[in-house]
Design a protein. Structure first.
Length: 303
């Protein structure tokens, strides 16, 4: 019996030793000297560029700081934001109507929707804005008349299609063509069987759109629509073609033409555009997270 106990102790000794050695093994992380070298080189390059820009007198940083919050510039920022918001609202409403028209059984409505998208996607935005700026020249009066009869109401166009209205319509109608395709892609990503099942349950089409199709389509629609909103903000710089003289780009151009110093005022405009687009990107992130609840686009990492 004693010999059996001794043999068991002798046999258990290597197992305990192996266990003890295994528990004390530490896996060393893999070293990445190339990463640290790349970071060092990148830091040197960034510091060199920063020093070259900050110490270059041709940038006129004193003028930049002087006009960064100038009343004329701040007013231009406000008008730029207003143009962006209203033009995007117009584009969203028109795009929603166009999506419904394209899914209609009426061939005339489908043809009108296709023609709208074809025209506004196929012509440059600057050319469209130029025509909106010349709208009052092309049509001096807007009137309602009896066909082949006298005019009932007539108003001069310049009192209705003002530069602000022309800018909003030009930007909004052009953007609606792109949003139509985005909305259509979002709704087409939903299985048709869901709408058919809702119809079988007796739900009416408006309720199907609002309660079933819209929440699912928003997950696909929000990211590209956010990108289009950011693009719209920068596209407001083209309303000079109308001409609209209150936006940020026109305000900074007017100051630079007076001072003969375009660089610092370009930096002022660029700073404001960058700040606003950064805020829009943050808002887009939270919207995407809200409408993407329950849907994971990234694989779960192994613990």
């Amino acid at each position: 019996m004693a010999s059996n106990i001794k043999s068991m102790e002798a046999g258990s000794q290597p197992v305990s030793t192996r266990t003890r050695d295994f528990t004390h093994n530490v896996v060393a992380p893999r070293r990445h000297p190339g990463r640290w070298l790349a970071i060092a080189v990148l830091a040197i390059v960034v510091l060199q560029i920063g020093q070259a820009i900050s110490t270059n007198p041709n940038f006129h940083w004193d003028v930049y700081l002087k006009y960064l919050f100038a009343p004329q510039v701040v007013r231009g920022v406000g008008w730029t934001l207003l143009l962006t918001v209203i033009a995007m609202a117009v584009a969203i409403v028109v795009a929603g109507l166009l999506v419904i028209m394209r899914d209609s059984d009426n061939p005339v409505l489908r043809g009108l929707a296709y023609s709208w998208v074809w025209f506004f996607r196929g012509t440059p935005i600057y050319t469209q804005l130029l025509f909106w700026g010349l709208f009052a020249v092309l049509f001096p009066n807007l009137s309602i008349a009896i066909p082949f009869g006298p005019e009932v109401i007539s108003v001069e166009t310049k009192y209705i299609v003002t530069p602000a209205i022309a800018a909003i319509l030009g930007l909004g109608f052009n953007e609606s063509a792109y949003l139509t395709e985005i909305f259509r892609a979002g709704f087409n990503s939903i299985d048709r069987g869901q709408a058919e099942a809702a119809q079988a349950l007796g739900m009416k089409p408006p309720k199907i759109w609002w309660r079933i199709l819209m929440p699912q389509a928003m997950r696909v629609i929000i990211p590209p629509t956010g990108n289009e909103a950011i693009g719209m903000l920068k596209m407001t710089s083209l309303v000079l073609a109308i001409p609209f003289t209150l936006d940020l780009t026109f305000a900074t151009n007017a100051i630079s033409n007076r001072l003969y110093l375009p660089i610092p005022l370009l930096l002022v405009a660029g700073t404001w555009y960058l700040a606003i687009t950064s805020l829009l990107m943050v808002g887009q992130h939270f919207l995407e997270r809200h409408f993407g609840k329950g849907v994971s686009v990234h694989p779960t990492r192994a613990e």
